[in-house]
Every structure is written in structure tokens, then in C-alpha cells.
Design a protein around this ligand. Structure first.
Ligand code: UDP
Length: 335
């Protein structure tokens, strides 16, 4: 199959591109490099410097590249940035996302997998969180992803786009080739590793939560497991595949992707200390606005629908793979 990957020069996108290529698919990466890295795109993939929201250019690209399916990983995805600049998030994630859908309709591309997020759930009533939990996002990032999810659902009903929406929990780790490198960085594991490399000490955002050690609990999933799930989801959007609903796209699927294990912030620091043999410089600060105390996936539906489950669930191994990547790429993607 020929798969167009938006955001294919980003963290999750680039690792997934590697997996799709390894499975024998043709890959076209669309990325404007606003946050992605050109060097993250393997040479076997076709790279196109485009904005995914540009309807006319994308329609042309779909036709010229004979695209069968789309993996939409491109998005703005930093929670605090979304709170400070919601306009950016609505323009990029919602308006841009609708442009992509319009181009798919215009070009007759009817298979889609969306990178979505656990941030669509907000503060959950039930943990582990099932997919039918209410969507009550508490920041613009989650709200824009929920909006796009809803648009995809109705585009599916009306225009026959078969889709799977994948709601990621906390992605971490690296492949041999690609890892996490954001600027600025806001995620816990890269910040912990940067602190170990002599960067700024980590601030633990609150240790007075109602959890066993007082720090927030998250479900950390290895990016390679996520890549496997994307491959399975893309293959499951084939028209004759009943796993993703009726052929006309009228009942699209949303799936949580996580390990269903939760680890606290302190547990992550302890894992990094075990992996590196070095104490993590840190201090305890106030809570960060909008942080739910516990976010853990109920990922059973992904198992039932895709036959997928996270295999690389050991926290030390996840942190270790991120550390290993940083050791081998001390300058990140800078050349
Ligand atoms: N966190 C922290 N210090 C940091 C960054 C994150 O204590 O410098 C905490 C954060 O409050 C959350 C967890 O680590 O409980 C994971 O945060 P991250 O930003 O990596 O992902 P999120 O859960 O927000 O998607």
C-alpha cells in the first residue's frame, strides 16, 4: 500500500515511517519541518515539503503519488503552548486537519489513521480509561484533537472515509534511528535525561496528589509499540476488513494505545537512576495546571480489534532506549 504520512519527520511519525517501510509499504512523508527534522526521514521514503492543510497541493500530491491511505501524525502537540496560543492550535490542528480531509475527499483517498491523544478525555471518572469515556478535554490541545476526531467521524459517514483514531497515552523511548527531540522540550523523560546530561534540574510538578508517592501517574508506551499499532490500524482500514466497521466508513473506531500500567513521576526518576547509575538532579515544585493525577489506558479494545498489545512494557527498558538514543545522537538531529 502507498501511505502518506503527515508529520513523518516528527518523533512518532518518523519511527512509524521506519516500521511501515520495513513492512514493505511505500511511504510519502509530508512535513513542513516546523517542528520535525528532515534527517529523521529515512532515504527510502519520498519526502514532500508541504503543509498538510493546503487542500489544492495535497489533492495533487494524493493523485500524483497514487496514495491509498493516510496516517495523520502532523499536529501541534504541546499542552502549555496550546493554553498560551489556542489560535495556533485551532488553525493548525482543526482547520489544517479539515483541509487534509477535504483533499482526501477530492482525491478519492478513503483510508485514514489519526494520531489522537488521551488528552481528549480530560479528567477521567474511571481509570483505566475506556474509549467510551466522555470526551471532556481540559486544554486546547485536547479540544482540537477531539474536534478533529468528531469531523473525521462525520466525514466518514458522509464521504465513506474508513478511519481509526488512535488515542496515545505517554509516548517514550526510541528506535535505533529516531528519538524524541523537541525544542522547547516539555516532556518528563527527555527532561530527566537532559538533567542527567548536565542540563537544568528536573522540577517535579507537585507531590501532593492523591497517589501512593504523591506524584502524578502516567502510562508510558514505547514508541516502537506505537509504530506497530499504526501499521496494524492502517492495514485494518481496508474496505473489506470488518474490524474497522462497515465498508462505508459509517462506524469508525477509536482505540486507546497504552500499556495499562501506571508509573509515577518519582518512579520515572528512579528508573532513570537505575539505567544510568546517576542520581537525577531535581526539586519539587508546584502542580502544573491541568495535570490529571492518574492517566492510564484501558487498552483492551486495541487488543480485540487489532490483535495488538504493548510488548515493551518495562519502564527501565523504555527509559533505557531513550537514553541510548541520546548517547548515540548527542547533537540530536543537528548536522
Ligand atoms: N512532569 C514533571 N516535570 C516536568 C515535566 C513533566 O513533573 O518537568 C510530570 C507531569 O506533571 C506529568 C508527567 O510528568 O504528571 C508527564 O508529563 P509529560 O509532560 O511528559 O506528559 P503529559 O502527561 O502531560 O502528556
Amino acid at each position: 500500500m502507498r501511505i502518506l504520512v503527515t508529520g513523518g519527520a516528527g518523533y512518532v511519525g518518523s519511527v512509524t515511517v521506519e516500521r511501515l517501510l520495513a513492512a514493505g509499504h511505500g511511504v510519502i512523508v509530508v512535513d513542513d519541518l516546523s517542528t520535525g527534522h528532515r534527517a529523521a526521514v529515512p532515504p527510502e521514503a519520498t519526502y514532500v515539503d508541504l503543509r498538510y492543510g493546503d487542500v489544492h497541493a495535497m489533492t495533487r500530491a494524493f493523485v500524483e503519488e497514487r496514495v491509498d491511505a493516510v496516517l495523520h501524525c502532523g499536529a501541534k502537540s504541546i499542552v502549555p503552548e496550546s493554553v498560551a496560543d489556542p489560535a495556533l492550535y485551532y488553525h493548525e490542528n482543526v482547520i489544517g486537519g479539515i483541509g487534509l480531509l477535504d483533499a482526501m475527499v477530492a482525491a478519492g483517498v478513503r483510508r485514514l489513521v489519526l494520531s489522537s491523544t488521551a488528552a481528549v478525555y480530560g479528567l477521567p471518572d474511571i481509570v483505566p480509561i475506556p474509549e467510551d469515556a466522555p470526551l471532556r478535554p481540559i486544554n486546547p490541545y485536547g479540544a482540537t484533537k477531539a474536534s478533529l476526531e468528531s469531523a473525521i467521524r462525520w466525514y466518514g459517514v458522509a464521504y465513506g472515509i474508513r478511519s481509526v483514531r488512535l488515542r496515545y497515552f505517554n509516548v517514550a523511548g526510541a528506535s535505533d534511528r529516531n528519538g524524541e527531540m523537541h525544542d522547547p522540550e516539555s516532556h518528563l523523560i527527555p527532561l530527566v535525561l537532559a538533567a542527567l546530561e548536565g542540563g537544568r534540574p528536573v522540577t517535579i510538578f507537585g507531590d501532593d496528589y492523591p497517589t501512593p508517592d504523591g506524584t502524578c501517574i502516567r502510562d508510558y508506551i514505547h514508541v516502537l509499540d506505537l509504530a506497530d499499532a499504526h501499521l496494524a490500524a492502517l492495514e485494518a482500514t481496508a474496505p473489506e476488513d470488518a474490524r474497522t466497521g462497515p465498508p462505508d466508513g459509517s462506524e469508525p473506531v477509536a482505540l486507546n494505545l497504552g500499556t495499562s500500567d501506571g508509573y509515577s513521576v518519582r518512579a520515572v526518576l528512579a528508573a532513570a537512576e537505575r539505567v544510568t547509575g546517576t542520581p537525577v538532579p531535581h526539586r519539587v515544585g508546584p502542580r502544573r495546571a491541568g495535570d490529571p493525577p492518574v492517566l492510564v489506558a484501558d487498552a483492551r479494545l486495541a487488543g480485540a480489534v487489532l490483535g495488538w498489545r504493548a510488548m515493551r512494557t518495562d519502564l527501565d527498558a523504555i527509559v533505557g532506549s531513550a537514553w541510548e538514543w541520546r548517547r548515540r545522537h548527542p547533537d540530536g538531529y543537528r548536522v
